[in-house]
Write a protein that binds this ligand. Sequence first.
Ligand code: MN
Length: 200
Amino acid sequence: MAFTLPALPYAFNALEPHIDARTMEIHHGKHHNAYVTNLNNAVAGKPEESLSIEEICATISKYPAAVRNNGGGHYNHSLFWTVMAPNAGGTPTDALADAINAAFGSFDEMKTKFNTAAATRFGSGWAWLIKDASGKLAITSTPNQDNPLMDVAEVKGTPILGLDVWEHAYYLNYQNRRPDYANAFWNVVNWSEVASRFAK
Ligand code: MN
């Protein structure tokens, strides 16, 4: 198979109490797994089978909806698991902290903008902190399983932090309280991973 489900880099319960074990188990083992299976089915026997998921995203307008939805789902969730970690949170440091201050004025202001993007994305989608082509940071959001790597994205850039705001990501623990889930997310953000994505 061209694409594989990456192992979760921590236990299902590692992000509790902020993200519950049952949600993580279903989210990784069922939702992400289904995106990988459906993506593999959609690219089977086609040239895109040998492309990276980033390469597919960059020219996503060439492909059918099954590749856009499941390819986006695979890229987005693969990033999502790595930008969270147990005993994480806190604040970014060094070059990433400087870039956040330069773009948003302060870390708190960046969080406010990100939380607003998460709360106001109607229906299902993602909130993102991205690095644009000039190296500057920006906040954006995308619908469904789209992402800012895609040529169809309104605001393009390289995601360095993303939050899944589909109901499947929070409903068991937070029900309709998406803003509470977005606030809790900051307790599990893996800033060293975000910094390493920023540095690339
Ligand atoms: Mn999801």
